[in-house]
Design a protein around this ligand. Structure first.
Ligand code: MET
Length: 387
């Protein structure tokens, strides 16, 4: 499969050699991978890189998502989740609602609470500090992974303090890790069209670097398949790679396909549905190959769909994310996946794809005794939840 002459014929000779040597690909090589007509050749190269890093292991995590509000001042054009305050369908969970969700483990105690939401005009930093402290007290066995760089920048603007101070305060309250959203596409000519009010690329990257400097590891992402070009994708990946060279705290990259339902961002007819499946696989593959300094690439089953996420495991992805339990952002945009997957479903999904499932914690450490977490119920059995 990995035939040097074939890659040379495809115009990927130097990319092939560099991947074999573990050397860094140039932006031009990244672009050539996006344009290469032989997608299986691109996938095989990414699979080689993935296998060198992770063997046949495929990771999953026991987690629970909480989307605390869809009220958001940013109004990004691609976002189907956002509502104005007072608009039909808008919601904002009270701290007790969040705690109720966090304690509701549905029989599978999770190790990670993943919290993101809209940039709400009124919720101040003290509100979030209090929520995190209460979650930590209620579920000490779960890591709080919360807030994108965009939300951190929003809190800082609201409070009139620096993003570094916001991060310090949230870390004191118990924030252990940050998810990777809000990166979208960094290139200003795209960013100003799809999310003009959102934190800029420089701000997002600066917050990531600040978090890393405090020992808060983060994920990173790219929203693709809308108005951006392959050049914009390569530029985005290169900027993440440069940031990782500087601050080193990115754990996992998540390529997020743009889902078109309920979005104000209308695609030109020639782009709608254009090779959607293959483009998703190719983007996973090129990401794996370009991001030589980011250990993990996620096939996020919520957005990709289960079958495509399984296929992506052969195109460079090594993580499927997790149990999720309840999800709004992707589903409001038309994701047709389930709300939740159970541990047996995730394990079967991985085994049937030909990989070895590894249950992990938020930092990708294998959970040594998978049963330990199932027996560590903490406060999860509190009457409040069972009632
Ligand atoms: N508002 C945040 C962002 O845009 C979190 C995701 S949207 C719920 O990054």
């Amino acid at each position: 499969m990995l035939d040097a002459a074939h890659y040379a014929r495809l115009g990927l000779g130097t990319a092939f050699e560099k991947v074999m040597e573990g050397a860094r690909l140039s932006p031009e090589e990244g672009l050539a991978l996006f344009h290469c007509p032989d997608i299986t050749a691109v996938g095989a190269l990414a699979h080689h890189a993935r296998t060198r890093l992770h063997g046949d292991r495929t990771y999953y995590v026991l987690n629970r998502h909480v989307n605390y509000t869809n009220i958001c001042v940013n109004g990004c054009l691609f976002c189907a989740f956002q509502r104005e305050r007072g608009q039909a369908g808008s919601f904002a969970l009270a701290p007790d609602d969040i705690l109720h969700r966090v304690l509701d483990d549905r029989g599978t105690p999770f190790s990670e609470v993943h919290i993101v939401g809209g940039c709400h005009p009124d919720l101040g930093l003290a509100w979030f500090e209090d929520v995190i402290r209460r979650i930590r007290a209620a579920r000490p066995q779960s890591i709080v992974k919360a807030f994108t760089g965009v939300e951190i920048a929003h809190f800082a603007a609201m409070e009139g303090i620096s993003t570094l101070d916001v991060l310090r305060r949230l870390q004191d309250a118990g924030l252990a890790m940050m998810p990777g959203g809000g990166a979208e596409i960094f290139a200003p000519e795209v960013r100003t069209r799809i999310c003009p009010r959102k934190a800029t690329a420089d701000e997002w990257l600066r917050v990531a670097g600040e978090a890393h400097s405090l020992g808060i590891r983060t994920n990173c992402s790219m929203l693709y398949g809308h108005i951006e070009t392959f050049e914009h994708r390569v530029d985005h990946l290169c900027r993440l790679r440069e940031q990782q060279d500087k601050s080193g705290g990115f754990t996992c990259f998540i390529p997020l396909p743009f889902l078109t339902e309920n979005s104000l961002l209308k695609l030109p007819p020639e782009r709608v549905g254009e090779h959607v499946g293959l483009d998703r696989l190719r983007t996973v593959a090129v990401s794996r190959l370009m991001l030589d300094n980011i250990p993990h690439v996620k096939a996020y089953w919520v957005m990709m769909g289960v079958k495509m996420a399984q296929t992506a495991l052969y195109f460079g992805a090594d993580d499927l994310d997790g149990t999720i339990v309840e999800e709004r952002i992707g589903h409001d945009a038309g994701a047709d996946s389930a709300q939740s997957l159970t541990v047996p479903e995730l394990e079967l999904m991985i085994r049937r794809s030909g990989f070895t499932p590894v249950r992990r914690d938020s930092h990708f450490n294998p959970v040594a005794d998978p049963d330990a977490i199932l027996h560590d119920t903490g406060h999860a059995d509190s009457p409040e939840v069972r009632a």
